[in-house]
Ligand binder design. Structure first.
Ligand SMILES: [Zn+2]
Ligand SMILES: [Zn+2]
Ligand SMILES: [Zn+2]
Length: 445
């Protein structure tokens, strides 16, 4: 990659306070790589100890330049949301602060080694990815996780579809996160309610928002892990919904070993026909797991795909239904179907090891709560603040989280009533607002 675009951000809780940096680098030769919602080719998410916001901003810029150089770039275009840093980098404004001057000098000296470079100002709302990386780093470190997480292009490419090794830490006294390869990687493919956000035709503030984290495809989760026996990587999608094709393209999902369904609603099943891409490419019948009532519904609606009469590669997805009793096995991994209340519709969440995915929840019965103890990561739906007949509110979701006590919880299936920033700001420690493309790693145990 000769030419890179870099977006950076510094974060600080208090000023000075615990601080972190986020860096996202994009191959400039790719179409749309300058768009705020483009997928980064390399990232840094790192906690840098207690310092000021300005120091964090500069450290983020320096780390971006370092990583770009390491990746062999000769051109670097920095898009920064700090007007101050942009003006000082360009030498138009003087750096008065004695602590910042050496950082500015260092950044400029490193930039001189590029054939060409530029730094320009972008509005804050276009810097959502770097901001999210910075906050991810701080949250992770505050919870006792590794300070530095760097993803390089090979890691990113491998993690999409194969998960050979997705995460390492190498910059500045780095630690290694879950390097045994047995970790689970979760990608939130979509975090929106049934109509998605923005809703077609809606002119509300969230639907018109430029913040990429307010743009939500229909809710879906990708779960990737490594099979320790065969040393191969595995991937399962929970809810092949209406946006599956777009989501698969967005994360570069190369192969899929199975699908799990939470319930029959079309926002969670509308992409079943898209599974054909994988049954064709892999020349294999794909197993699709669901609860008993949902299996009956699936067979009724997608009989042509599930009846076993058409081999892979003949124009329809070649699928086999697997009823959860209550478990479904996909390659080396067991998934347990957990009954949920979703209005009057039979629905299930899925648990596997320390991960549980509970969407379209109106409530969780005590017998199901018993099966959700000791979670590392709980992904759970929270539609909006106003009560709804078939979905829990943010407050109700927080009450379930407080009762189940996972190490970390992420909210999903969010409607256009909820602005990402506003929601994030009021969530308790250990609870994150989900957004499309959010990746989290769960340690093996
Ligand atoms: Zn739904
Ligand atoms: Zn709206
Ligand atoms: Zn539903």
């Amino acid at each position: 990659m000769r030419s890179l675009i870099g977006r950076t951000d510094g974060a600080c809780r208090g000023n000075p306070g615990p601080a972190s940096i986020g860096v996202a680098l994009y191959d400039a030769s790719r179409d749309g790589s300058d768009r705020p919602d483009a997928l980064p080719d390399a990232t840094i998410s790192a906690a840098i100890g207690t310092t000021t916001n300005n120091v964090a901003e500069w450290k983020a810029v320096i780390s971006a330049i370092e990583l770009a150089a390491e990746l062999g770039a000769s051109e670097l275009r920095l898009l920064l949301d700090s007007k101050l840093v942009v003006e000082q980098l360009n030498g138009r404004w003087r750096v008065r602060d004695a602590k910042l001057a050496p950082l500015c000098d260092e950044a400029r000296a490193r930039l001189e080694r590029f054939t060409t470079w530029s730094a320009s100002h972008v509005p804050r709302e276009q810097n959502g990815q770097a901001d999210a990386l910075a906050n991810e780093g701080l949250d992770r470190a505050l919870r006792g996780g590794p300070a530095w997480v760097v993803r390089r292009p090979d890691d990113v490419a491998r993690s999409r579809g194969t998960l050979d090794r997705a995460v390492d830490g190498a910059v500045g006294g780095a630690e290694v996160l879950e390097a045994d390869g047995a970790a689970t990687r979760l990608t939130l493919l979509g975090t929106g309610a049934s109509r998605g956000v923005p809703r077609v035709g809606c002119r509300c503030e969230v639907c018109l928002s430029k913040d990429a984290r307010n743009q939500r495809l229909r809710s879906s989760l990708l779960l990737e892990w490594r099979d320790p026996e065969t040393e191969t990587s595995c991937a399962v999608v929970i809810d092949p919904g209406m946006d599956l094709r777009q989501q698969a393209l967005r994360v570069g999902l190369q192969r899929l070993d199975g699908a799990l369904i939470t319930h029959i609603h079309v926002d969670h099943t509308g992409g079943i026909d898209e599974l054909r891409a994988y049954t064709d490419a892999q020349e294999a019948v794909m197993e699709v797991g669901a609860g008993p009532e949902t299996c009956v519904e699936l067979m009724r609606r997608w009989e042509y795909a599930f009846d076993g009469r058409t081999a892979p590669g003949h124009g329809i997805p070649a699928l086999r239904l697997v009823e959860a009793r209550p478990h479904v096995q996909i390659r080396s991994r067991t998934f347990e179907a957990i009954p949920l209340v979703h209005g009057r519709r039979p629905a299930h969440g899925w648990r596997s090891g320390g991960v549980a995915y509970l969407t379209d929840v109106s409530s969780v019965a005590p017998s199901s709560r018993e099966r959700l103890k000791g979670l590392d990561t709980l992904i759970i739906s929270a539609l909006r603040d106003l009560p709804h007949p078939t979905h829990q509110t943010v407050e109700e979701a927080l009450a379930v989280i407080a009762a189940l006590e996972p190490r970390r919880a992420i909210l999903t299936h969010l409607d256009h009533d909820l602005d990402y920033q506003e929601l994030s700001a009021r969530l308790p420690d250990g609870v994150l607002a989900g957004f499309d493309g959010l990746v989290v790693e769960v340690p093996a145990r």
